[in-house]
Design a protein around this ligand. Structure first.
Ligand code: C2O
Ligand code: CU
Ligand code: CU
Length: 490
């Protein structure tokens, strides 16, 4: 793998030693074999509650044994299973009740990335779950159909907990939405993309997870925890929900044969209409839903192509193959994709919308490291604001909890059409200026902050995180900017 990024390691003091553990790497094929059937995370079964809520139990487990590489056992973490989690599927309007039990033997949290909900249910670094404890958040799904996900968010250990295998999908359906391929595991398939490195014995190499400029950059790709995967396609149209659950890598996903496909949704929901593309870029934490047409009997390879080296950032320059698709000899007919997907057009931010500026440096935002007791921003409920991200260094990305946004422009230019949908995470190339128009929620709580941060997990752990509270409009100046020490909500 390329080690150029390590030359920048001076930005993080004292981390050079963390990169030395690559003595006996697994030397098997990069991925070209495609000999393993793609694993589809099982759907979580809700337990019905008397009040109609859907209850889900999620057990965070250490000590999983997964056969990821041929003939070798990899020790992993997972949720209700050895590696990754089940897929939770709910409807808009549902009341959802979670029981998250921490069986890891160390403290963690579980954050609902992309979910609109009260801050104390958000699973950020304040909602710690002690070993052996069960955390029971509940909320009502009050947002459009989307592919969201969940993962730990403990300050300082997010990268390691996600890398070991704690992540899963939470799909929101809208019963009044457009007719789209939606039979899970058949024509509606999650593709959770992650990079790893393995030791000769099959162990996950955790060497760079807590080190280097970008943290971990792997040389083997897993999709849904499967190495070298293939998938049998049985219908003409297949919807893939891409999630980049990697620690740092950025992928440019498309097909080796250059075929075009349609983007139907970004992080926070459906586009207005499908957008035809050849590649989509997806940085850590982002989701893109695509629909691909297949013809009977064909094979196609989904891959990731590095960005043009002249403008590539260190985390987006390598090529990988992801998944071989093998179409059956006869494919089930699919209804054509609707012209209108029901996504709401982007509205220009109202005149006089408040602007906030965030200067991104090596691992700081506006010159600050994360401080769990400091409220960085106070936002009136329901506000429409323009957030300007001014990156003065190498690549980052930026995620805002609870507040979906649109990308207004990147270095003054509107984003490509497929990135104009509702989002919650955005890639920020080196030295770029990105402007977002964000819509904030209405769950008022001046004592419980939401996070905004770089989703390159090493940067997040290093402190590239800020906190904001949502307050009753007009009370912004009465709100304390300091949280009581050791203030935790369970
Ligand atoms: Cu996916 Cu604050 O995180
Ligand atoms: Cu999030
Ligand atoms: Cu970053």
């Amino acid at each position: 793998m390329k080690r150029r990024s390590l030359l920048l390691a001076g930005a993080f003091s004292g981390l050079a030693a963390a990169t030395s553990s690559c003595s006996s790497e697994w030397e098997g094929p990069k991925s070209s074999a495609f000999s393993n059937r793609l694993r589809i995370p099982p759907l979580a079964e809700p337990e019905p509650a008397a009040d109609g809520a859907k209850q889900f139990s999620l057990d965070l487990l250490a000590g999983g044994r997964a056969e990821i590489l041929p003939g070798l056992t990899t020790r992993t973490w997972g949720i209700n299973g050895p590696y990754l989690g089940p897929t939770v599927r709910v409807n808009r309007g549902d009341r959802v009740r979670m029981a998250v039990t921490n069986r890891l033997g160390e403290v963690t949290t579980l954050h609902w990335h992309g979910m609109r909900l009260p801050a104390r249910m958000d699973g950020g670094p304040h909602q710690t779950i002690e070993p052996g404890a069960t955390w029971r958040p509940e909320w009502t799904i009050e947002q459009p159909a989307a592919t969201t996900w969940f993962h730990p968010h403990l300050h300082g250990t997010t990268a390691m907990h996600v890398y070991r295998g704690l992540a899963g999908l939470l799909l929101i359906d809208d019963p009044d939405g457009p007719a789209l391929p939606s039979t899970y595991g058949v024509d509606d398939l999650p593709l959770i993309i992650q990079d790893k490195r393995f030791g000769a014995d099959g162990a996950l190499n955790t060497g760079d997870v807590d080190g280097g400029t970008f943290g971990f950059l792997g040389n083997r790709i897993l999709v849904n925890g499967t190495f070298g995967p293939f998938l049998e396609v049985r219908s003409e149209l297949v919807r893939f929900r891409l999630l980049n659950a990697s620690n740092a890598r950025v992928y440019r996903v498309g097909f080796a044969d250059g075929r075009r496909f349609q983007v139907i949704a970004t992080d926070a929901g459906l586009l207005e209409r499908p957008v035809t593309v050849e590649r989509v870029k997806i940085s850590p934490g982002e989701r893109v839903e695509i629909v691909v047409r297949f013809t009977a009997g064909e094979e196609a390879v989904l891959d990731s192509r590095g960005e043009d080296p002249k403008r590539a950032n260190d985390i987006e320059e390598e090529d990988f193959t992801l998944l071989k698709l093998v179409a059956a000899g006869a494919l089930a007919e699919s209804a054509p994709l609707p012209d209108e997907l029901g996504g709401v057009p982007a509205e220009p931010p109202p005149t006089g919308a408040r602007r906030r500026r965030f200067v991104l440096t090596g691992s700081e935002i506006n010159g600050n490291d994360m401080d769990m007791t400091r409220i960085d921003e106070v936002v009136p409920a329901g506000a429409h604001e323009i957030w300007e991200l001014d990156n003065t260094t190498y690549a980052h990305n930026f995620h805002i909890h609870e507040a979906p946004f649109r990308i207004l422009d990147i270095n003054g230019t509107p984003p490509p059409a497929y990135q104009r949908g509702p989002k919650d995470t955005v890639f920020i190339p080196k030295n770029a200026k990105v402007r977002l128009a964000a819509t904030f929620g209405t769950h008022i709580d001046p004592l419980s902050p939401y996070m905004y941060h770089c989703h390159i997990l090493r940067h997040e752990d290093k402190g590239m995180v800020g906190q904001f509270v949502v307050v009753r409009p007009g009370t912004e100046n009465q709100v304390s900017r300091k949280l009581p020490q050791g203030h935790h909500q369970h």
